[in-house]
Design a binder for this molecule. Structure first.
Ligand code: GCB
Length: 591
């Protein structure tokens, strides 16, 4: 304020602590709410969006802007909601206009919400399916809270901030690549920005079900139900699986309850993806889930699904689309799964971050096993406690979101990270966190090779159930003899999955022998790889890198032109390369 009591209109130019107030109010896994078939109020559709390269929105408090037209402004300002572009939500700005392709910064999204108050005591939460990478939410000019991490959903309590009638909802989304983020600034995919998954409101009673899970107990003889309420109250819940004739009370103490009921459901598997309707009820709140019951474990170097040894025939997939960017529609997800099925897969690795929740729902229905992971990718800032907190939160949000999906068998905690003390502490911490949050699944990571002894040797493996190996013998390393040497030298006591292998091929580029970027070499590469991989008993699966060509700004040769070309299918998601049928034939051999 000046001496006259008028606010200094230039103060913000000199305030480099403008972002400080928004550090508070970040929400994470602790505020996750299971959707469980509850009705939501959809806020997708047209929103106004203004790009903000210099963080003027936070500096100048754009969220306080009243909505008078400029002719009525007492002093000039730099933001006008209506001057923003009308963009669809969900969307990525990177694909909306050519000049926005490489924009890395903030964007202000605004829409209005008409509201009618519900019954006394009702609570209302805003759900954002995902926003890359940081989001801050403002309702009627007031900061509500925010979220870090670009691929998991978050929930903000807006009960006290929504008013009857019209409300102004503003969300700042910011996608800067930074060394302390997860992923950090160096990645082999595209840094799409935006409010790119669904936005909705959820009306809930004063005490509601926050988390509800059902899973087959490890002995396969019973179903274990767990419930967590929003408040630490005592009470009784009810669980029902009508098709099993199961219905029982579930005692709740201080907001938590567990019940183990003897049961013998049909087992879920890729061949027979049997799902049951499961209901959890507490007071007036009901959560309905479709759940498959299966066990997954390792014994020696074997992976056992429902007690039977299984070999994972898989393919990796990114969330990437020429038109949609990182947005996943149901049609696009179904196309991925149809292609994976045609390839003969029973397994997908969802690289390199949590994919849309619909993927695991459809994989449950259609019968695929999944490796789901968080973007602990390459040179993460492992010594930074805030980075660890961010990674752990992304992991716990992913686990909370997909805990009832039978298809998910592996939580991936990282990919190709150099072996240091800080990395070991960081990633073993994540492996422990995954196990604590969910003892019903396996924990894996794409590990390292010890180049001196040429063995599969990585201190992290002692914390894992599954050792992932990304190897590119025949591509980045010229010949396959290294693969033979590596596999012969190694004596893992756990199952190994080739979590990536692949070669680039430009559609229709042909040639004989090891000519890089030809369809022929990509195809021959898989033949050579497969023969060697399947000769080794401790290798229990392969996730080919990968289903479709995808955008990667690092890739700038004439063949690449901004794309990683290791797809078995081109970026049009239609044109199959020769390697598609080669791998399909290889996968069709009995294993
Ligand atoms: C890898 C990475 C993956 C890359 C791939 C490649 O090892 O995990 O993200 O895209 O190699 O094509 O080089």
């Amino acid at each position: 304020m000046t001496e006259t009591g008028v606010q200094d209109p230039f103060a913000h130019l000199h305030d480099e602590n403008y972002a400080g107030p928004f550090e508070a109010g970040m929400v994470g896994a602790e505020s996750h709410i299971i959707l469980g078939g509850r009705e939501t109020i959809n806020l997708d559709g047209a929103w106004r969006m203004t790009l903000d390269l210099f963080d003027e929105g936070l500096r100048q408090r754009w969220y306080e802007a009243n909505e008078d037209p400029p002719s009525q402004w007492p002093i000039p300002r730099d933001y006008e909601i209506e001057a923003g572009d009308l963009v669809p939500v969900p969307s990525c700005w990177t694909v909306l206009k050519p000049e926005w392709t490489y924009f890395e910064g903030a964007a202000w999204y605004t829409r209005h919400v008409q509201w009618q108050a519900g019954p006394e005591g009702e609570r209302v939460f805003l759900r954002i399916g995902a926003a890359n990478y940081r989001a801050l939410v403002f309702l009627n000019g007031v900061y509500i809270g925010g979220h870090r991490g670009g691929s998991t959903p978050f929930y903000l309590d807006v009960t006290r901030h929504l008013t009857a009638g019209q409300n102004r909802l503003q969300i700042m989304v910011e996608n800067r690549r930074q060394p302390d983020r997860v992923p950090m600034h160096h990645i082999d995919w595209f840094n799409d920005g935006g409010l790119y998954r669904e936005v909705s409101l959820l009306r809930l009673p004063a005490v509601f079900i926050r988390d509800a899970r059902a899973a087959l107990a490890s002995d396969g003889q019973a179903i274990r139900f767990t419930l967590a309420l929003s408040e630490p109250v005592d009470g009784v819940g009810r669980v029902e699986i009508p098709e099993l004739g199961l219905t029982a009370d579930l005692p709740i103490i201080a907001g938590l309850g567990t019940l183990v009921l003897p049961a013998n459901p049909e087992r879920w598997s890729p061949e027979s993806p049997r799902l049951y309707d499961v209901a959890f009820r507490v007071g007036t709140d009901t959560v309905q889930e479709r759940i498959g019951f299966r066990t997954i474990e390792t014994r020696g170097t074997n992976i056992l699904l429902n007690g039977q040894s299984i070999w994972l025939k898989g393919v990796c997939v990114h969330e990437d689309d020429l038109v949609l960017g990182k947005v996943s529609t149901e049609a696009d997800i179904r196309r991925r799964l149809t292609h994976a099925r045609e390839l003969g897969c029973n397994f997908l690795r969802l690289a390199h971050y949590p994919h849309h929740e619909k993927v695991a729902e459809l994989a449950d229905e259609l019968g695929f096993l999944l490796w789901a992971e968080i973007p602990v990718y390459w040179a993460i800032d492992f010594a930074n406690p805030a980075t660890f907190a961010d990674a752990k939160n992304q992991l716990l949000e992913l686990v909370a979101r997909d805990a009832n999906r039978a298809s998910v068998i592996i939580w991936g905690v990282g990919n190709e990270n150099a072996d240091t003390e800080a990395r070991l502490a960081f990633m073993s911490g994540l492996a422990e966190a995954a196990r604590m949050a969910d003892p019903t699944r396996l924990v894996g990571a794409a590990c390292l090779i010890n180049r001196e002894t040429f063995t599969l040797e990585d201190r992290l493996t002692q914390w894992l159930d599954i050792i992932g190996l990304n190897e590119y013998f025949g591509w980045y390393e010229p010949d396959f003899s290294g693969l033979e040497r590596l596999l012969a030298n190694s004596r893992p006591n756990k199952p190994v999955i080739i979590s990536e292998t692949g070669a680039d091929a430009h559609l229709n580029h042909r040639g004989e022998g090891r000519i890089l970027f030809t369809e022929d070499w990509q195809s021959e590469f898989y033949r050579q790889q497969f023969r060697r991989i399947t000769a080794v008993p401790y290798i229990r699966g392969l996730a080919a890198w990968l289903l479709y060509d995808f955008r990667s700004a690092r890739r700038q040769t004439g063949f690449q032109k901004g794309f990683n070309r290791k797809g078995l299918i081109g970026e049009d998601k239609a044109s199959r390369k020769q390697a598609f049928s080669t791998l399909r034939d290889l996968y069709s051999t009995p294993r």
